[in-house]
Design a binder for this molecule. Structure first.
Ligand code: 6R9
Length: 651
């Protein structure tokens, strides 16, 4: 395999950033973790599980891999996940510590302590039990970012009833298919929420979903959030404030097996039927807690943490609910959009709550870059200590901006690679320990084993692009796909037998650091040369006029594939007669002439899924002059029309 790529987009970004000695001296994570895990990987995980979690019954075996690729972690252990996330902190005397600083989009706030959260979860568990929910029953949750979303998830966990959270932005059809696949007994939703200053509704989508199917559902539990009028089905619909309000605060939590299912989460899936990723209890919680603590350098008595993800995505599961709450930290939960009422809302929240650790996505960072430094500049962000990134490769330019403008050129930036399937972070630097390298997720975390291999599964040398595989099982790994064990084996364990195929391209650099190159379907082959969409995007974004870029490989008669780029210019920048030529030259300089896009289109917006991922499949349709495929998972389907209209004009 030839690799013609180089480290693109390093523009103003430093190549490496050493740990700050003062930070390092006090860091939660220590280099010794790597040695310990290398010497005795299972012993290392057993220690994490015992130290970070409270078990009702200790486990007798760390890993049973005899049924590979179906793993059993912490065999024989029993615990209650919700008790681990709330009750035990209250018992330890930390009941008065704030668990959630909730801020609604209109500016309403609620401060919920661990003691209050524990009482809410117990009441909600009683209310669900009164509706007939028992261990093993599935509960669908279709809620915005309000405290009840957290309470609902934990109440399910407390009862051993796996939840299936469906992102509040999904349509009635998407919701119905997910409820049907999981055969959920109860749906928890609300009247509506607020977005961009306007009330929205959620209950009508649930009504529509249930009108069309989902016969397993016996009750709908409805939170009152914004007072929008709702239709009511007597006998089926129940107000949360009635049921939970009337429920008692006493609830005896049962301990469940470490492998008891905790949740199902459907991946948005760029093609085909969504996959119901199944996670279980002990291993998942252990790795969520371990990574939250070490990667974010968290001390519950000191930090105020904020992860901007919605609970509808895996990041919201592991890094809003389970990881931070298992540790007992204080966090911010924000309901709305970053530009309501103005583009400085996030930074006003950081200042107001004294946020110390912020975890967000590159797409959000690039949006803030596009808006300009003036917005973060309005606020005192000096409380920030650690910045995190997740969701896609972060180009060095955005990394450098994040650290400089948000982190005052002082905070470590941790680029964390993982997936819905992995349940928790897998590849990431450790702040205070690792010398950081903008653009690279760098090294497998202690206890995690990863390799970059070629088509035949042979490990590749430095600089060669191939496929990322995980070579050892890990505690928070998916335990399968709901109702489809064979698809689990086929999708993840058949491409390279005995190893987990992540579906991502990667390469190691001369230091052995791992660079993620995008999904393998995003890796292009131009004249027999392997080129990464991510690297060309990174090169484009390193140009001062470019805010955001998406690159696709379009079929080309001569070269097999050709590079086609779509770019959004930075606020203020105008498309001039030379813009396209200049950008082509720039990519040529950053990566090499082979990477120069065949065509570059300046657009106002890019098609994105609701989780913020660019839908390159749709751009490929445009680049190859085809009718656009399925657009149902786009945030805004009209984006494609605008792009096509622009395309015709520029031809
Ligand atoms: C957590 C999450 C998983 C896919 C993954 C990869 C991409 C996530 C990344 C990253 C490069 C990072 N991805 N983090 N690529 N660097 N730090 O996003 O889960 O929604 O399942 O997406 O996202 O392509 O395979 P999920």
């Amino acid at each position: 395999m030839t690799d013609t790529t180089s480290q693109a987009g390093t523009g103003h970004a430093p190549r490496t950033v050493d740990p700050d000695p003062d930070f390092a001296a006090q860091a939660v994570a220590q280099a010794a973790l790597y040695e310990e895990a290398d010497t005795d990987r299972l012993g290392f995980w057993a220690r994490q599980a015992r130290e970070l979690l409270t078990w009702d019954t200790d486990f007798t075996q760390t890993l049973d891999w005899s049924g590979a690729p179906f793993a059993k972690w912490f065999v024989g252990g029993r615990l209650n996940v919700a008790v681990n996330c709330v009750d035990r902190h209250v018992e330890a005397g930390d009941g008065d510590r704030v668990a959630l600083h909730f801020e609604g989009e209109p500016g309403d706030t609620r401060t919920i302590t661990y003691a209050e959260l524990a009482a809410d979860v117990r009441r909600a568990a009683n209310a669900l039990a009164a509706l007939g929910v028992q261990a093993g029953d599935r509960v669908a949750i279709y809620l915005p970012m309000i405290p009840e979303a957290v309470v609902a998830m934990l109440a399910c966990a407390r009862l051993g009833a796996p939840h299936s959270v469906v992102f509040g932005g999904f349509s009635a059809d998407a919701l119905r298919s997910r409820i049907e696949d999981a055969e959920a007994k109860v749906v928890i939703t609300c009247d509506g929420s607020y977005r961009r200053g306007k009330p929205t509704t959620l209950k009508p989508a649930v009504d529509a979903a249930l009108a069309k199917g989902a016969p397993s559902v016996t009750n709908v539990l409805v939170v009152r959030r914004n007072g929008e009028a709702v239709d009511w089905t007597e006998g089926r619909d129940v107000w949360w404030h009635d049921a939970v309000g009337a429920a008692g605060e006493e609830h005896e939590a049962q301990a469940f097996d470490a492998e008891h299912p905790l949740y199902i989460l459907y991946t948005s899936g760029t093609t085909g039927k969504p996959k119901g990723i199944l996670h279980t209890s002990g291993g998942y919680l252990a790795q969520a807690a371990y990574t939250t603590k070490n990667v974010f350098d968290l001390r519950p008595e000191r930090d105020v943490y904020w992860c901007t993800a919605d609970v509808g995505w895996v990041t919201g599961h592991s890094y809003v609910v389970y990881g931070p709450l298992a540790l007992g930290v204080t966090q911010v939960v924000y309901e709305g959009t970053p530009d309501t009422p103005d583009k400085d809302r996030w930074w006003s929240l950081v200042e107001k709550y004294g946020v110390t650790v912020l975890y967000t996505a590159p797409t959000a960072i690039r949006t803030c870059m596009k808006w300009g430094e003036e917005y973060p500049g309005r606020h005192d962000l000096s409380s920030l200590r650690v910045l995190g990134s997740v969701g896609e490769p972060i180009n060095p330019e955005a990394w450098a901006w994040y650290r400089r403008v948000i982190g005052a050129d002082r905070t470590p930036v941790v680029d964390t690679w993982w997936q819905t399937e992995t349940g928790a972070m897998m590849i990431s630097p450790l702040p205070g320990v690792t010398t950081l390298k903008p653009g690279s997720a760098q090294v497998p975390l202690p206890g995690v084993a990863a390799e970059v291999v070629d088509d035949a599964g042979e490990p590749l040398g430095h600089g060669q692009a191939g496929y990322l595989v995980l070579t050892e099982p890990w505690p928070s790994m998916l335990r399968g796909l709901w109702g489809d064990p064979q698809r689990y084996v086929d999708t993840y364990w058949s491409r390279f037998p005995g190893r987990y195929f992540a579906g991502d391209g990667a390469k190691r650099d001369e230091d052995g650091d791992i660079w993620l190159l995008g999904r393998v379907d995003d890796v292009m082959n131009v004249s027999g040369h392997r080129l990464s969409t991510a690297e060309i995007e990174s090169a484009l974004v390193s140009h001062p006029t470019v805010a955001e870029a998406a690159v696709v490989g379009a079929t080309d008669e001569t070269t097999g594939q050709a590079v086609v780029a779509f770019v959004i210019l930075r606020g203020g920048a105008q498309e001039g007669p030379d813009t396209v030529r200049e950008l082509r030259e720039h990519v040529g300089q950053e990566i090499g002439p082979i990477a120069k896009p065949r065509s570059i289109m300046v657009v106002a917006e890019l098609p994105k899924t609701r989780s913020g991922k660019i839908m390159r499949r749709l751009l490929r349709d445009v680049a190859e002059n085809r009718a656009t495929g399925d657009v149902t998972t786009l945030t805004d389907a009209s984006v494609m029309d605008t792009i096509r209209a622009g395309m015709t004009r520029s031809e």
